[in-house]
Design a protein around this ligand. Structure first.
Ligand SMILES: Nc1ncnc2c1ncn2[C@@H]1O[C@H](COP(=O)(O)OP(=O)(O)OP(=O)(O)O)[C@@H](O)[C@H]1O
Ligand SMILES: O=P(O)(O)OC[C@H]1O[C@H](OP(=O)(O)OP(=O)(O)O)[C@H](O)[C@@H]1O
Length: 302
């Protein structure tokens, strides 16, 4: 592939490995963005859209998008702040995956109970900008200067090992399930920020002619994200109990209500958030709903 073949195409950056990679590939498939990646090549042309995918480390994507080298990208909100690119990129869409929390952690046995207790000590992290800003504020509040300020040290990975290796008094690292933290004998004392994967575009759009394609891709990805968030819940209920049931399943706009052959009953169909479905079914059962069915969505536009 040469530079010529990229000319005029929208460039879309995708994390080439790591925690976000697989879900990004599933999103591309759901949005029907087709491509073939030859021999792990990092740039490949889409066969059905005027775009090329660029596979990059998640941490490099904010600056590529912010500087306008690529037009669209998917990365973590945390990574954008760490790259200090929040003014140069626009977060177009939250994607609902890659959710985790950046936390200040100390050994379980440590006497330190808060981030302020760690002020002036050694903190190891892969997020030196965010950790630096967080502890910088604490140091300022405590009027710590020079050598007395918190020492932030960067490591590229396995941050959780730093305390047991004697490199750090505390760390700042991402937590999702908490398994890594617990396995390393650590616990969280404070949260620096919450993050999830986001679709981003450059704030200073270099190629305004590509905006219609950006809108199309954004709409399709939003549809796939919504489809993963919602299910359709369908049930039968006595007409006399309909008003109580539709309080439980109000739908996004309104529930669909269809008559049944038996005129005292109706069928209700409604979109509900997947995370709430178990308790919604419990409520519906209590009200007297019968034949409750739940359907996953493959895709949608809502
Ligand atoms: N445990 C996790 N759960 C959910 N999202 C995560 C988790 N760890 C990281 N992320 C998200 O994914 C982004 C990339 O993290 P990841 O550790 O995959 O980085 P990487 O350096 O590209 O990959 P690798 O660790 O394989 O070198 C993070 O900045 C964060 O937004
Ligand atoms: O709370 P948990 O579910 O255990 O997830 C948190 C871990 O996931 C990430 O690391 P990853 O496994 O991606 O490896 P890394 O240390 O190489 O970044 C993060 O840096 C934590 O170490």
């Amino acid at each position: 592939m040469n530079a010529e073949s990229l000319h005029g195409r929208l460039l879309f950056a995708i994390p080439k490995k790591g925690r976000l990679h697989d879900t990004c590939l599933a999103l591309l498939a759901g949005a029907d963005i087709r491509f073939r990646r030859h021999n792990r090549l990092d740039v490949c042309l889409s066969s059905n859209h005027n775009l090329a995918l660029v596979f990059l480390p998640a941490s490099d994507i904010p600056s590529f998008v912010g500087k306008g080298n690529v037009d669209l990208g998917i990365t973590g909100h945390d990574v954008i702040l760490e790259a200090e690119m929040q003014n140069l990129v626009e977060e177009v869409l939250r994607l609902g995956f890659g959710k985790c929390t950046l936390q200040v952690q100390v050994p379980e046995s440590s006497p330190y109970k808060s981030a302020a207790d760690l002020a002036g000590k050694r903190v190891v992290t892969s997020f030196e900008v965010l950790a630096g800003q967080y502890f910088g504020k604490i140091d300022d509040q405590l009027n710590l200067v020079g050598e007395d300020r918190t020492k932030i040290e960067y490591v590229g990975g396995s941050v959780e090992a730093a305390c047991s290796l004697g490199l750090a008094d505390g760390i700042v690292d991402l937590v999702e399930s908490g398994e890594t933290m617990r396995a390393a004998g650590l616990h969280a004392v404070e949260t620096v920020l919450q993050t999830e994967a986001v679709l981003i575009k450059s704030s200073a759009q270099k190629h305004p002619d590509l905006q219609p394609l950006i809108n199309l891709i954004t709409g399709r990805i939003a549809g796939v994200v919504a489809a993963s968030k919602y299910v359709v819940c369908q049930y039968n209920i006595l007409r006399s109990k309909l008003s109580s049931a539709t309080v439980v399943t109000p739908g996004r706009r309104a529930p669909t209500i269809s008559p049944l052959e038996d005129e005292s009953w109706v069928a209700v169909s409604s979109m509900v958030e997947k995370k709430n479905i178990a308790s919604i079914m419990d409520e519906l059962m209590k009200i007297g709903a019968e034949d409750i069915l739940v359907f996953n969505l493959d895709n949608c536009r809502v």
